[in-house]
Design a protein. Structure first.
Length: 394
C-alpha cells in the first residue's frame, strides 16, 4: 500500500524561513523603535529586565567575541490576523487601524529595549556608566569619576549630546580617551543584529513561536495571559495595582515579606479575592482565600475595567488599614506576608477601617496566635474562613 503524503509536508519541504533574515544595525533598530515601526505583541508587555541584566548585555556587545543572538520579527501585512500591539518602553496601545506594516518583535524585546534606553538616555539608565579604567559598563549611583561617562551620553541618538559632554569634561578630552570613546560609540550604532522574519502569524502561531524561542520553550503562564487580557481592556495590573501594593509595603518597611520574586505577582493578585466576592455579592468559598494557589486571574480579568479598578482600590485601601492597625496597636512585625493578606480580606469583609472593641480584640488575638508555617493549603483556607467571621462580631 503506497504511503499517503501529507499536503502540508509537501509545502514545508520547500519553504525555507532562514532565507527571510538580514542584518540590521542597532542605530537603525533604535530609529525604528522611535518611529513605532517596531512594536510588541501585547502578551510580552509584562516581561522586563532589571538594570543589572541590561548592563550584562551592554558589556557583551562591547566585549563579547560572538554576536548577540538574532531578533525575531513578525511582519504584519494583514492587520486582521495581528495580535494587539503596544509600543516599546511606554507600552502604549497601537491603534488597530495602524497595524499594517508594523514589525512585531516576537523575540528580542529586552535586548532592543536595553539598547533603546541607552540611545535615548532613559531615566532607568541614569546609574549606568562606562568606566574607562575598569573597561566595562557598571552601575554607579554616586558621583561620577573622571574615568566614567554615562551610557545615555555615550550612546545618545544626538551626537551633540556626546560632543558637548566631552567639551565639559577635560579628562575625557585627551585624544586617546576621546578617540576611544568615539570608537565605542560608533561600534554601538553600527553593531549588527541578525533579524529573522515571519509574516502574518496568527496570535496562536506568534505565541507558539515566542514560547519556543524564550527560556527553552517555557510557556507563558496562564496568569500572564489573563493579565494581558486585562491590559487589552486598558487596565495595567502592575502600574495600577501590584506596584502600588509593593510601594505601600516598602513605605512601611515590609517589602522583605516578598520572599520569592515570583510571589510579587501572585500574592497581590490573590489578595483581590475578597474584594471580588464582595463586589459580586457572593458568599465566601474557601478556594477564594488570599493564598497564591487560589489566584483567580482568569475570573478577575473578565470583569469590566471599572470593576477591576474598583477591587484594586478596595484592596489597596484595606492594605492601608492593615498597616495602620499593626502600627496603632504596636503589634509585632509580621514574619510572613500572610498576616497582611489575610487581614486585607478581613477588612474588606468588614467594609471599614473602624472596628468595634470586640472586633479589635478579636483581630489582635488572631494576629498574636495564628501560625502559618506548618499548615497546608486546606488548613490555611480554614484559618481565613475563621478570620472573616470577624465581620459578624458585635
Amino acid at each position: 500500500m503506497p504511503i499517503k503524503i501529507n499536503k502540508n509536508l509537501e509545502y514545508y519541504s520547500t519553504f525555507d524561513p532562514t532565507k527571510e533574515s538580514k542584518p540590521i544595525s542597532l542605530g537603525q533598530l533604535c530609529k525604528d523603535i522611535e518611529a513605532r515601526k517596531l512594536t510588541l505583541p501585547i502578551f510580552q508587555t509584562y516581561i522586563r529586565w532589571k538594570v543589572e541584566k541590561s548592563i550584562e548585555l551592554l558589556n557583551f556587545q562591547l566585549t563579547g567575541k560572538a554576536a548577540v543572538s538574532p531578533i525575531s520579527i513578525n511582519v504584519i501585512e494583514n492587520k486582521d490576523l495581528a495580535v494587539p500591539q503596544v509600543s516599546f518602553i511606554d507600552r502604549e496601545r497601537i491603534d488597530s487601524e495602524e497595524l499594517e506594516g508594523k514589525h512585531s518583535v516576537n523575540d528580542g524585546q529586552q535586548r532592543l529595549s536595553c539598547n533603546y534606553k541607552a540611545y535615548t538616555d532613559h531615566e532607568d539608565f541614569k546609574c549606568v556608566v562606562l568606566d574607562i579604567s575598569v573597561g566595562k559598563f557598571i552601575m554607579n549611583t554616586g558621583a561620577l569619576k573622571n574615568c566614567q561617562i554615562p551610557v545615555g551620553v555615550l550612546y545618545n541618538k544626538d551626537p551633540n549630546v556626546f560632543k558637548k559632554y566631552l567639551e565639559k569634561h577635560k579628562a575625557l578630552q585627551v585624544f586617546e580617551v576621546s578617540d576611544l570613546l568615539t570608537r565605542v560609540r560608533n561600534k554601538f550604532l553600527g553593531y549588527y543584529y541578525t533579524v529573522n522574519y515571519a509574516r502574518d502569524l496568527t496570535e496562536e502561531e506568534q505565541r507558539e513561536w515566542f514560547e519556543v524561542l524564550n527560556l527553552a520553550g517555557s510557556k507563558v503562564t496562564d496568569v500572564e495571559v489573563s493579565l494581558t487580557e486585562m491590559l487589552i481592556k486598558g487596565v495595567d495590573y502592575y502600574k495600577e495595582y501590584a506596584e502600588r501594593f509593593e510601594e505601600r509595603l516598602r513605605q512601611a518597611s515590609l517589602e522583605k515579606l516578598f520572599v520569592i520574586k515570583a510571589t510579587q505577582i501572585s500574592i497581590p493578585l490573590s489578595a483581590l479575592n475578597a474584594a471580588y466576592e464582595i463586589l459580586k455579592g457572593k458568599k465566601h468559598t474557601s478556594n477564594f482565600s488570599p493564598i497564591p494557589s487560589d489566584v483567580k486571574a482568569s475570573i478577575i480579568c473578565k470583569l469590566e475595567k471599572d470593576e477591576i479598578r474598583s477591587i484594586f482600590n478596595t484592596s489597596l485601601d484595606a492594605l492601608d488599614w492593615v498597616i495602620d492597625f499593626i502600627e496603632q496597636h504596636n503589634l509585632k512585625e509580621p514574619e510572613r506576608i500572610d498576616y497582611i493578606t489575610y487581614m486585607i480580606g478581613a477588612f474588606v469583609y468588614i467594609g471599614s477601617k473602624q472596628l468595634n472593641s470586640k472586633q479589635t480584640t478579636y483581630l489582635i488575638d488572631w494576629y498574636n496566635s495564628v501560625e502559618f508555617a506548618t499548615k497546608g493549603n486546606g488548613e490555611r483556607r480554614e484559618v481565613f474562613d475563621e478570620l472573616i467571621k470577624i465581620k459578624d462580631v458585635k
